[in-house]
Write a protein that binds this ligand. Structure first.
Ligand code: TGC
Ligand code: FAD
Length: 392
């Protein structure tokens, strides 16, 4: 196991734009990752499971509900602080950031925004400490990019709802305590329901054989005549816009997270290029390697600027779905390219677990697909600038 020698890279002096509190939040997350996560991440990635023992620590740095108000157990932070936490977590591993993203933006966010006061008080404090782990069920076996076509449905039985259907590719499902599940009512309108482990007919089989996001457990949510109490319906919003608004928050976090993965690859490649000698010189002295490193830091810096501005817009309540799509798509693509170039700079060593590069590269293959694929985000931009939907 290598010591984590990571240093942040701030080519355009972005730190000058951060408040002292934002820097403190970022530095605390970075210190926690170095101490608690870096020493174990390769082991858990290889085992193919999430290290559940780190859940309280992840909660302590604001990893669960960073922007949820303190009265519900959240950290009450701004959107840039939230982004900086995601950056530091994904700097370590996309699976770690995923666990935080799902809990914060896909489980706590809809309960906070669309839940009743009773639901907020009952679930949010336990989700904030990690006592409860949540999952988010939107994708189905036959409905990925097109969630509007979902077939999971519920019937009003008078004193409860009867839920049937299945969700696939669900982060944290194998060990979740609660799931925010999107399903159609008898009129075909989409609603969110809070389904709890232990409800009869609710199972969460794990999906095996992933070569990506191995430090995150993924599985199904299966509902066979599950009786969901009426008080578990999210009453504040219905329609596809409800889950899509949660995705806005999670995609924003991914835009920051992808910068973290890219920074880690760049940091490792820069150090390696200066240390590794060939032809009697450090490989960093060769123009071809300098070109790769220079292009990496240029693309990372452009992504940092784009994303910081997006954070300002989110804090002002002005960021649009299309702006978030642009940043998610650009930054994940940028991180994948940086990972591929960094792999080459490391030569054969780049394929080993001595360095984080291949792990990031494999993880990013999930990140470029989930929360809206690379293609879907391009079409969201296309729809925004032309006013014509390519989906209809
Ligand atoms: P469309 O007709 O465009 O919209 C339907 C209704 O929703 C409204 N809306 C939004 N509302 C709030 N926020 C948004 N971002 C919204 N986007 C759209 C819209 O105004 C409309 O409202 P109304 O009142 O007119 O009904 O929907 P469409 O069916 O044409 O689909 C559009 C499309 C393709 C962009 C959308 O379906 C989409 O984004 N698909 C991608 C699916 C996706 O991202 N799935 C992610 C699953 S969760 C996940 O991957 C978690 S990974 C977790 C981890 O980090 O580990
Ligand atoms: P498809 O929708 O079948 O797409 C296949 C290909 O077709 C893609 O390249 C896509 O871009 C392309 N395509 C589709 N439609 C169009 C179009 N109109 N125009 C052009 N190209 C198109 N989902 C959840 O609900 N909750 C989770 O917690 C969750 N976690 C996940 C964790 C992992 C590790 C992964 C890999 C996925 C997770 N997902 C989750 C699912 C994820 O959101 C979906 O995989 C994603 O939305 C894409 O759906 P799909 O895989 O069915 O691909």
């Amino acid at each position: 196991m290598r010591t984590d020698q990571y240093q942040g890279h701030d080519y355009y002096l972005m730190d000058d734009l951060l408040t002292d509190e934002q820097k403190l939040v970022r530095d605390s997350a970075r210190a926690w990752v170095k101490k608690e996560m870096s020493p174990i991440i390769e082991e858990y990635f290889e085992k193919g499971t999430f290290p559940k023992q780190v859940i309280p620590g992840l909660a302590s740095i604001g990893g669960f509900g960073p922007y949820i108000p303190e009265e519900y157990g959240g950290a009450g932070l701004d959107q840039i602080s939230y982004g900086l936490i995601m950056q530091e977590l994904e700097r370590c591993d996309s699976g770690l950031r995923s666990t935080s993203s799902v809990q914060s933006s896909l489980v706590m966010y809809p309960i906070w925004k669309y839940g009743t006061e009773e639901q907020r008080k009952r679930f949010l404090p336990k989700l904030a400490t990690g006592e409860f782990i949540g999952s988010f069920g939107l994708t189905e076996p036959d409905h990925g990019s097109n969630p509007a076509g979902m077939v999971t449905h519920f019937k009003d039985m008078g004193d409860h709802y009867l839920l049937n259907g299945a969700k696939l590719w669900i982060s944290n499902s194998p060990f979740c305590d609660v799931a925010v599940v999107w399903a159609k009512d008898e009129e075909g309108r989409i609603h969110g329901l809070i389904v709890e482990r232990g409800m009869e007919g609710f199972t969460t089989p794990e999906t095996h054989g992933k070569w990506s996001l191995r430090a995150s457990n993924t599985g199904e949510l299966v509902f066979a005549d599950v009786k969901v109490p009426k008080e578990n319906l999210l009453t504040g919003r219905s329609g596809l816009g409800a889950p899509l608004s949660c995705l806005d928050s999670a995609r924003y976090g991914i835009a920051w997270g992808a910068i973290g993965a890219a920074l880690d690859c760049y940091d490792s490649a820069l150090r390696y290029a200066k240390e590794r000698q060939q032809f009697g010189k450090p490989i960093a002295s060769f123009q071809l390697q300098q070109k790769k490193l220079a292009e990496m830091i240029t693309e990372i810096t452009k992504a940092q600027l784009l994303t910081f501005r997006l954070g300002q817009l989110r804090d002002a309540g002005r960021a649009t779905t299309a702006q978030i799509s642009m940043a998610k798509r650009n930054n994940v693509d940028m991180a994948l390219n940086v990972a591929r170039e960094a792999r080459q700079i490391h030569g054969a060593m780049g394929i080993t677990n001595e360095y984080p590069i291949m792990r990031h590269m494999m993880n990013l293959e999930s990140v470029v697909t989930y929360e809206g694929t690379h293609d879907i985000h391009l079409l969201i931009t296309g729809m925004d600038i032309t006013g014509i939907s390519a989906f209809k």
